[in-house]
Design a protein around this ligand. Structure first.
Ligand code: AKB
Length: 318
């Protein structure tokens, strides 16, 4: 990877990934792109271009202008918003990915990262220790687009030799940029409310177990699969990766050990609850561990302590 382009760079993962890739590969070797202006001031310190992934010609021009050899394609509409705007989600997530993969095959780009999600599973998938290769019949639009993009990644690799790699990310917890319209976002909101000593109303049932991951591990997964030796990859695309599993009740208990006055209650949102109920409780990530040495660092305790430190600092600096 010598010249990297990121789509959806102003999103939750895009922001942290851009800053980490700039740190590793240099500010002049990473082009952040999005349809939005940067939301984080740190993002303005490097290359930043307007790009709509529905515009493949715009992408091609940027690839040529910067001599791009690697793309991280993060632009996507998340699960809760996708249920409200299913056609738009299909267009952005699926057509956006076809545009990227098809442009890649016509240019000098040699490697592309397309993330998938726990959403690529559904109610008929085994929910515990969900295997790498298993039933994938999601019943929400975001998951349907994720299965389609996993298959597109395989197709472009097998038919055209596009080196498309990816991981199935769980819910990602971070503090730099808020997530936009996911189902797992309650965890970030709950932590922020606890740190601010504000009561929190959770939209999921107390016993809803979901796979989660702290941002430093997510960055390590996204970059790790891209830097892995391709000859050792049997799956290449859509690797299960996981770090921790917890319910709202377990997270609240952990927060109460730091903030004994923390109060929370539940008002279930039926749409997000149905989505969460159809997703795995925990994924089996042994293929990623075996094929490219994936290992997470943060468990629930370590993530909570680090989030509290950073969110407290943000509140102090406001
Ligand atoms: C969402 O909740 O939609 C995302 C995801 C699990 O992909 N965080």
């Amino acid at each position: 990877m010598t010249m990297i382009l990121i789509t959806g760079a102003s999103g939750q993962i895009g922001t942290d990934l851009t800053l980490e890739l700039r740190r590793r590969y240099g500010d002049r070797n990473v082009v952040a792109t999005d349809v939005r202006h940067p939301r984080n001031p740190e993002m303005e310190q490097g290359l930043y271009e307007f790009l709509d992934v529905m515009d493949p010609e715009g992408l091609r021009l940027l690839i040529e202008q910067y001599n791009v050899d690697t793309i991280f394609h993060l632009a996507a509409i998340l699960s809760a918003v996708a249920e409200r705007t299913p056609v738009r989600a299909w267009q952005v997530n699926t057509w956006g990915t076809v545009n990227v993969l098809d442009t890649v095959r016509r240019t000098q780009v040699s490697r592309v990262f397309v993330p998938s999600s726990i959403a690529a599973f559904g109610p008929t998938t085994p929910l515990d220790k969900t295997p790498q290769d298993t039933i994938q019949r999601p019943n929400a639009m975001y998951g349907i687009t994720k299965v389609a993009t996993e298959l597109l990644g395989d197709y472009y690799y097998e038919k055209f030799g596009v080196d498309c790699r990816g991981v199935r990310l769980p819910g990602i917890i971070s503090y730099k940029t808020p997530p936009g319209g996911g189902t797992t976002d309650y965890a970030i909101d709950m932590i922020a409310h606890a740190v601010r000593h504000e009561p929190y109303v959770c939209y999921l049932r107390a016993d809803t177990s979901l796979d989660m991951m702290y941002m430093p591990d997510a960055l390590h997964a996204c970059i790790g699969v891209m830097e892995a030796d391709g000859a050792k990859l049997r799956h290449r695309n859509a690797f299960n990766v996981t770090a921790m599993q917890f319910t709202p009740e377990q997270l609240a208990e952990k927060l109460t050990s730091h903030f004994p006055d923390f109060q929370w209650s539940i008002e279930v949102d039926p749409i997000r609850q149905a989505i969460a109920d159809s997703w795995p409780n925990s994924m089996d990530d042994s293929a990623a561990r075996k094929e490219w040495d994936w290992t997470p660092k943060y468990d629930l305790s370590a993530m909570t302590a680090d989030m509290i430190e950073h969110v407290s600092k943000q509140i102090h600096d406001e």
